[in-house]
Design a protein around this ligand. Structure first.
Ligand SMILES: NC(=O)c1ccc[n+]([C@@H]2O[C@H](COP(=O)([O-])OP(=O)(O)OC[C@H]3O[C@@H](n4cnc5c(N)ncnc54)[C@H](OP(=O)(O)O)[C@@H]3O)[C@@H](O)[C@H]2O)c1
Length: 316
């Protein structure tokens, strides 16, 4: 244990960090050890990791002193922020700054920063094809992550910038699974037209991150984009139909309709899907499953993910 390189995993009790923590723990002969960072060491998830032999430490990314203790002595860290806990780009920015500066202060040798594009590089604020949100963002939860990239570069901490993709787990946890329409037919709804949506099993993001750490210095200073498969709405609906043996259709709605759905963050997600639709060549082009598979040979495609998660997907 003592000669292992410790990876301090922010968000370890959640989706992305959890995937990384489990990947490290499932490879006991590997050269890394997972340090679970949580705000509550007594939570059932934290205790589960302790039972598996992981080091579990308390820290809050909003409290730099606690983070310093949690990062100290580690080789690397996985840094992720929690936009949907507060919906604030400014807070997300502050969380990224806290992690970047702390990583540098304690001398970490490799940080993976879970980021996304600052969409304003493609759709400037003056571009009215989609509304400007929160005063100066097009896709707040993307823009604030992309805008934070420079905090890692500026701090000088050796960083890999990891561009993630839409979690298929949103079909389970985010209310995006097949629902009955007014015609009684089951459907999934996206404002993507006939364009492809890169998707991934959330668990595979962490497994790809483990692959990056295992490659040593190869991806330091680089941007790495991952997805499990890039599919149109119609292709995802066909996969649902096959997996469930029921007809599931794809409802393509205009982005302005999606933005008006009224759930918290609908406007942000409506803009996000529109960005992915309108810049498909770039967005799907950079996210290559073949590449992600070199980091994580067990990478799931959509069909495999559906088969593995069928019982967890709420179906009306
Ligand atoms: N949903 C998608 O399709 C998608 C796709 C790409 C990127 N993302 C991005 O993924 C990010 C969230 O990552 P995730 O899905 O892995 O999160 P998650 O599953 O919601 O888990 C977050 C974990 O982080 C911990 N946490 C929350 N606030 C914290 C704080 N202030 N300090 C320390 N730990 C804290 C919590 O653990 P404790 O309670 O144990 O402290 C929680 O278990 C978001 O920023 C989102 O934009 C989402």
């Amino acid at each position: 244990m003592a000669d292992k390189k410790v990876i301090a995993v922010v968000g370890a009790t959640g989706a992305q960090g959890g995937g990384l923590a489990r990947a490290i723990l499932n490879d006991p002969n590997g050269s890394f050890a997972a340090r679970i960072i949580t705000r509550d060491v007594n939570s059932p998830k934290a205790k589960e990791f302790a039972k598996l032999g992981a080091e579990v430490v308390a820290a809050d990314v909003d409290d730099t002193e606690s983070l310093k203790k949690a990062f100290a002595g580690a080789y690397g860290a996985y840094c992720v922020t929690f936009f949907w806990a507060h919906f604030s780009p400014e807070k997300e920015n502050a969380e990224a700054r806290s992690m970047a500066e702390t990583a540098k202060a304690v001398g970490l040798r490799h940080v993976i920063w879970s980021t996304l594009e600052d969409t304003r590089k493609w759709v400037p604020i003056s571009d009215d094809r989609m509304p400007t949100l929160q005063g100066k963002y097009k896709v707040p939860h993307f823009d604030s992550k992309g805008e934070s990239d420079h905090l890692f570069t500026d701090s000088g901490v050796p960083t890999t910038f990891l561009l993630t993709s839409f979690y298929w787990d949103n079909f389970i946890h985010f209310g995006m699974g097949p629902k009955k329409g007014p015609d009684g037919k089951l459907g999934i709804t996206f404002p993507m037209g006939d364009k492809k949506l890169p998707g991934i099993a959330a668990e595979d993001i962490g497994k790809c991150a483990y692959g990056i750490f295992k490659k040593g210095d190869e991806f330091i200073g680089k941007t790495v984009a991952i997805s499990g498969e890039n599919l149109t709405g119609a292709q995802m609906a066909a996969a649902f139909s096959e997996a469930f043996g029921k007809d599931v259709q794809y409802n393509s709605v205009p982005p302005e309709v999606y933005r008006s759905f009224g759930f918290p963050g609908a406007d942000d997600l409506g803009n996000m899907f529109q960005f992915k639709r309108d810049f498909e060549d770039y967005f799907s082009g950079i996210r290559k499953p073949e590449f992600a598979r070199t980091l994580n040979p067990a990478l799931q495609n959509f069909k495999t993910w559906l088969t593995n998660n069928k019982s967890a997907i709420p179906m009306e």
